[in-house]
Design a protein around this ligand. Structure first.
Ligand code: DAH
Length: 335
């Protein structure tokens, strides 16, 4: 019998053994043992491939075809059997294991925006709807923008009110958002309609209503023909949108170097007696308008600066401004 004939016979035998063995396999260990015996690098198929080397070149091609066909069929039968066993194993598991659908799932705690951020975004969106733009300016400001351009010269006693933290180069952490008014007007011809929310700094000692770091929102509207009545209307509208119905508001005289006349804005829940302060406001001082190159004979404007913390405190009855900085989840998660 030639080598090739012997090979043919062996291929046939391996084929028969292999199919027969596979039929009887019933668990993963047996399947693995089968794989090692037949299909591994030293398995029976690999042994057969070695015979090719002993054949004549003419016989090799037939032997190669024979062996490759065997190998393919073996691989296909093997994976088919594995599929059957896997399916059987899964069926066995689902028959015995039962999912408990009443078990609570893993609980992911979702974060959310900080109350101050929510309040800022809400106020921005109220004014965006009224046709205002949102502007911003630097927190490290020059004395010029924080004071002089707002009609507060170096000698003016009102500077004490806005005492802040100075850097070595003479700049300071801005004490209010009013400098943004000037920065915007310098770059934009009238009409101007903006709100500017942002962080401010004051050399105040901390107590329930004061904090060296806090936030304001500034508003500025400059155009032809604006009067204090327009200012009052805009604030009323804002109070109604932000706090809801049922509040009264009041303007009373005040003084700011950058407005003339200047007012203080108060509100209170209807029926109560105590007025709560929102902040300052007024008609932009002609000196400020002239300083940015506007003609105060042609345009007038009004502005306000309200504290964001204060508005959040009024709306949510928060008693102490320090809770905003305490980073206490018991506070933060309430809103
Ligand atoms: N900048 C003032 C402050 O921080 C508040 C203020 C008052 C802003 C009057 C204004 C205004 O725009 O018109 O105390």
């Amino acid at each position: 019998m030639s080598e090739l004939d012997a090979l043919r016979e062996q291929v046939f035998r391996v084929q028969v053994d292999l199919e027969h063995d596979l039929e009887g396999l019933s668990d993963p260990e047996a399947l693995e043992a089968f794989r090692v015996e037949f299909l591994s690098r030293k398995g029976r198929l690999a042994q057969l491939f070695k015979v090719i080397g002993t054949l004549t070149p003419a016989e090799r091609s037939e032997a190669g075809q024979l062996l490759n066909a065997l190998k393919e069929r073996a691989a296909a039968s093997f994976s088919a059997r594995r599929g059957v066993l896997d399916a059987a194993a899964l069926a066995a598991r689902t028959a015995t294991e039962r999912a408990d659908l009443t078990l609570p799932g893993p609980c992911h705690r979702l974060g959310h925006l900080h109350l101050l951020t929510q309040v800022r975004q809400e106020i921005e969106s109220i004014f965006l709807r009224l046709g205002f733009d949102v502007a911003s300016g630097p927190e490290v400001e020059t004395e010029y923008y924080n004071f002089e351009a707002l009609n507060i010269p170096a000698s003016h006693p009102a500077r004490d009110e806005w005492d802040s933290f100075y850097l070595d180069d003479g700049r300071l952490l801005r004490a209010h958002t009013s400098p943004v008014q000037v920065r915007v007007m310098e770059k934009t011809p009238p009409p101007v309609r903006i709100v500017c929310p942002g962080r401010c700094y004051r050399r105040d000692s901390q107590d329930a209503t004061h904090s060296p770091v806090f936030h304001q929102i500034e508003l500025l509207w400059v155009e032809e023909g604006l009067t204090l009545a327009n200012l009052k209307y805009v604030i009323e509208l804002f109070v109604r949108e932000f706090f809801g119905e049922g509040y009264d508001m009041r303007l009373s005289g005040d003084f700011f170097p950058f407005t003339e006349p200047s007012v203080q804005v108060h509100m209170r829940p209807r029926g109560q007696t105590k007025w709560l302060e929102l902040g300052g406001a007024g008609m932009v001082n002609p000196a400020v308008l002239t300083g940015v190159g506007y003609d105060p004979e042609r345009v007038t404007g009004f502005a306000f600066g309200f504290g964001l913390e204060r508005m959040a405190m009024l709306r949510h009855r928060i008693e102490d401004i320090r809770t905003f900085l305490a980073n206490d989840l018991r506070f933060i998660t309430q809103f």
